[in-house]
Design a protein around this ligand. Structure first.
Ligand SMILES: Nc1ncnc2c1ncn2[C@@H]1O[C@H](COP(=O)(O)OP(=O)(O)OP(=O)(O)O)[C@@H](O)[C@H]1O
Length: 444
């Protein structure tokens, strides 16, 4: 295999180091009777430029760690490619993979559990060097001592054990270990989340210094937006395995284009409280990654969702009730019935779905919904009670399916500087997300 097969140049002249193309990572789902797979990363494409810090932000479970692990080949991709300096590394195995791994390392969140307590600090830092047969034992020892000093620890720490160190010091050891083989690319998976705020700042400064000294490229994973804003050049926002938006950090924080990013950022207190940004509280919970929406991943909770034309003038309250009802029905359709419940269902003795009456009363009681809506809800309620939640789910989908439910959007350019967002509302025939969000929040 040629070492460099494709080399890409990004806008602005900075070279691409990592190019991710239609990457998927699914867990499970093999075998005839298996549950559907967990779609932890579901078709993402983006590039990381040499020397930059690229941030990955999103709620817990959105797929950030899985994406990070798949980039450094700690996980095998289910589909798609990861080009490192132009070379597809998803196809490497054996010695080739081992050799390549020197280039890409990972620092983990929890310095408590990521270091082996039975090894000395010296052994921990030298372990990757020994595994790669790096030079002589004496050279490895000298390298470990050098790394200790690079990360702000002392030579005498070499013979100590991890439990003798604080969280911040342990994270320094984790960083020294990750840098031992002089990688070009480091995935930092929530590297400061487990640390006290005062220690966080010191570790971040250390990471910035090391990046400048060794020309490192970082993928920085965090759920803390202020940390991301401080350290990252560009940032991608993930939701349910998908990148919803990406762009230059300053621009993305100042003018988020995607409804999900807008919701996420609306929760951060702003220096100027009179500034025009309403706090958006998202309804419901994220769907299961085993059963993500067919259309846009965010469609079940999106405050700027496009309603189907025939229901365009429904009030937001009624829409919200419909969405929440669909969520309840979806949950029921995912519920596995045991053999006893299946038998009771056949005998007409099954009552586990009866709480659907309560859900309809809670959600629609007091709302003035048009007849077409109440008919559809009533019919779905009956289907669920008759033990057919799948059919109810389908019928609700057919009745209330707008483009956001039906079709996946594409990540498209929304600014001259390369900001991209994944939302149907960026098409010219629709109102842009911010206009809709403003109007819908004014109506509340
Ligand atoms: N080895 C695995 N087997 C099965 N499912 C997994 C595995 N690893 C992760 N998942 C699932 O994949 C989804 C994404 O998980 P992941 O840890 O990547 O998210 P995350 O955004 O990093 O969350 P967190 O911030 O909580 O670590 C979750 O639903 C998780 O339960």
């Amino acid at each position: 295999m040629s070492k460099v097969t494709e080399r890409t140049q990004t806008e602005g002249g900075r070279e691409t180091l990592v190019s991710v193309e239609n990457l998927k990572k699914y867990y499970g789902g093999e075998g005839m009777f298996a549950d559907p797979p967990v779609k932890a990363v579901d078709d993402v494409s983006f590039e990381i430029r040499r020397g930059e810090t690229f941030g990955l932000v999103g709620e817990s479970g959105s797929g950030k760690s899985t994406l990070g692990r798949t980039l450094v080949q700690l996980e095998r991709a289910t589909e798609g490619r990861v080009l490192f300096d132009g070379r597809d590394v998803t196809t490497l195995s054996g010695d080739e993979l081992k050799q390549w791994r020197r280039n890409a390392q990972m620092v983990f969140q929890d310095p408590e559990s990521s270091l082996n307590d039975r090894m000395t600090i010296g052994e921990i830092i030298m372990e990757p060097l020994s595994a790669h047969g790096w030079k002589t034992k004496q050279d490895r020892r000298e390298r470990a001592l050098e790394l200790l000093s690079e990360v702000g620890l002392q030579e005498e720490h070499y013979y100590r054990y991890p439990h003798q160190f604080s969280g911040g010091q342990r994270q320094r050891i984790g960083i020294a270990r990750a840098l031992a083989l002089e990688p070009e690319f480091v995935v930092l998976d929530e590297p400061v989340s487990a640390l006290d705020v005062s220690v966080q700042a010191k570790i971040i400064t250390l990471l910035e210094d090391l990046q400048a000294e060794f020309d490192l490229t970082y993928l920085f994973i965090a759920h803390d937006l202020s940390v991301i804003r401080h350290i990252c050049d560009r940032v991608a926002v993930m939701y349910l395995g998908k990148i919803m938006e990406l762009g230059e950090t300053g621009e993305l924080f100042e003018s988020p284009a995607n409804p999900y990013t807008q919701s996420l950022l609306s929760a951060i207190p702003r220096p100027d409280p009179t500034a025009d940004r309403q706090r958006i509280t998202l309804p419901g919970t994220p769907p299961s990654p085993r059963d993500p929406p067919v259309g846009c991943q965010f469609s079940t909770r999106c405050p700027a969702k496009i309603y189907p034309e025939e229901y365009d003038d429904l009030s937001d309250d009624v829409w919200d009730a419909i969405e929440r009802f669909r969520e309840v029905v979806r949950e029921r359709s995912r519920q596995e019935l045991g053999l006893v419940d299946q038998a009771r269902l056949r005998l007409g003795l099954f009552s586990k779905y009866d709480d659907i009456d309560e859900a309809v009363a809670d959600l629609f009681g007091g709302l003035d919904a048009p007849e077409a809506v109440t008919d559809a809800i009533e019919s779905a309620r009956e289907q669920v009670k008759a033990g057919n939640p799948d059919a109810a789910r389908e019928a609700l989908f057919d009745e209330f399916n707008g483009i956001c439910d039906r079709e996946r959007p594409v990540l498209q350019g929304v600014s001259d500087s390369g900001q991209q967002s994944y939302c149907h509302r960026h098409a010219p025939e629709y109102e842009p997300p911010e206009t809709v969000l403003q109007r819908r929040s004014d109506d509340e």
